[in-house]
Ligand binder design. Structure first.
Ligand code: NAP
Length: 285
């Protein structure tokens, strides 16, 4: 069986690493803040002292970190980066939500060393991460994807090949642009219903019977109506995705994305960055 490394044990990464461990993987973990590796070591994983050491110890290295800067650091740092420790023929799997141009820069840098990059961003949040219900957008060379898919099987329910390096990021940012616009719409509409002389819950239940309703609206509206803003996908991460989506689309071609990005920025300025994205509703109470 392949030895697998997981870099980045944040809210998502820790759940994915646990699923790999539970599936019987021979797992090595690394996280910038070392204390997050402890429960994994207690459960039978090994901890690496750096991404580089994780790369030396394993055949396949997966990363799920915050953004482009974090991705650059864990893969390419000359002293501590995973690529410095990975031998020819090994596979790198990048699951973080990143900008397409960064993935297009990373892939060839890995190829120069004979390492195959598989781009594998995901849609779904903490419950889907826990229950192996994530939707993966895979991109890269077909042979590398064939090798990576069995490694990713314990983590997701859907694996769609979307093209070449960077195309995974593009599809993921497009997905989250649709998501964030809907979050902003519901934040305003819940406020509107609360101020109108109707029962908000009954109104939302009525809307749920229409063709306008989408699969994640139950989660969004329940969170906003109950005031449960415990972070699953926090404002600061979707704000980052909107910054990336806006750069991809061009502000003059995507005024709605720009407006919603400004709304997430406002939420950050009002101290809501660490709360769930649905806390946008607090702006309109
Ligand atoms: P998170 O809980 O904030 O975790 C971020 C991880 O990145 C932590 O392990 C953190 O290390 C690490 N990190 C940050 N900056 C770093 C740096 N400069 N060098 C090395 N490591 C660094 O975020 P998350 O929710 O797990 O999300 C991780 C990625 O998945 C993001 O790209 C996010 O957009 C994407 N995503 C999230 C969701 C979701 O619902 N949350 C869903 C799909 C995709 P420390 O522990 O040391 O801070």
């Amino acid at each position: 069986m392949s030895k697998i490394a997981f870099l980045g044990l944040g809210a998502m990464g820790s759940r994915l690493a646990k699923n790999l461990l539970d599936s019987g993987a021979d797992l090595v973990v690394w996280n910038r803040s070392e204390e997050k590796t402890k429960p994994f070591v207690e459960a039978g994983a090994k901890a690496a002292s750096s991404p580089r050491e994780a790369g030396e110890m394993t055949d396949v290295v997966l990363a799920m970190v915050a953004d482009d800067e974090a991705s650059r650091a864990v893969w390419l740092d000359a002293e501590t980066g995973a690529l410095a420790g990975m031998a020819r023929g090994k596979t790198a799997v990048e699951i973080s939500t990143l900008q397409p141009q960064w993935v297009r820069e990373l892939g060839p840098k890995m190829a120069e060393k004979g390492v195959d990059l598989v781009e594998a961003p995901v849609s779904g949040t903490l419950p889907q991460a826990e229950n192996a219900g994530l939707v993966f957008f895979l991109a890269g060379e077909a042979d590398a994807l064939d090798r990576a898919e069995p490694v990713l099987q314990p983590l997701g329910k859907t694996f769609t090949r979307v093209g070449a390096w960077g195309d995974g990021a593009t599809v993921k940012l497009a997905t989250n642009a649709i998501l964030g616009v809907n979050v902003a719409a519901w934040a305003e509409v819940i406020g509107m219903l609360d101020r109108a002389p109707v029962d908000t819950k009954a109104a939302v239940d009525a809307i749920a019977k229409t063709a306008v309703w989408a699969p994640n609206f139950g989660y969004l509206t329940n969170s906003m109506m109950s005031g449960d803003f415990d972070p699953k996908f926090p404002v600061e991460l979707i704000d980052k995705d909107f910054r990336y989506a806006l750069a991809l689309a061009g502000a003059d071609k995507a005024p709605l994305v720009q407006h919603v990005h400004e709304t997430f920025e406002r939420a950050m300025a009002e101290g809501l960055g660490a709360e769930n994205m649905t806390a946008l509703a607090k702006l309109y109470r």
